[in-house]
Design a binder for this molecule. Structure first.
Ligand SMILES: [Zn+2]
Length: 99
């Protein structure tokens, strides 16, 4: 494949942008609900060491951050928001406005 178009075949999911200097800092904490039924609404490409997922649980949503470290990935989550708020945070995160 043409070297000038990297990842064209491998990457189907969006990539997050580098965080902006004045980005809003999200509070990340350990998952407190354990493994519960959640629905993935969106996710970033796993070609990066850090993968973000927008997850819905009941009427709320949150973002999960997975850092692909060996031997066990590090998993952190945001607070729960309304789904609309979570979608706004998700887009800000992708653009590097929040992280
Ligand atoms: Zn990728």
């Amino acid at each position: 494949m043409a070297a000038s178009i990297p990842h064209l075949d491998e990457c189907l999911s969006p990539h997050w942008e580098m965080r902006q200097q004045d980005h809003v800092k999200l509070v990340w904490h350990e998952p407190f609900e354990g493994v519960r039924r959640v629905r993935a609404l969106a996710w970033t490409c796993d070609c990066r060491a850090v993968v973000y997922e927008l997850l819905q649980s009941g009427g709320q949503a949150f973002i999960r951050k997975t850092t692909q470290t060996e031997p066990t990935p590090k998993v952190e989550e945001t607070h729960r928001w309304s789904i609309e708020e979570a979608r706004r945070a998700w887009h800000a995160l992708l653009l590097g406005e929040m992280r």
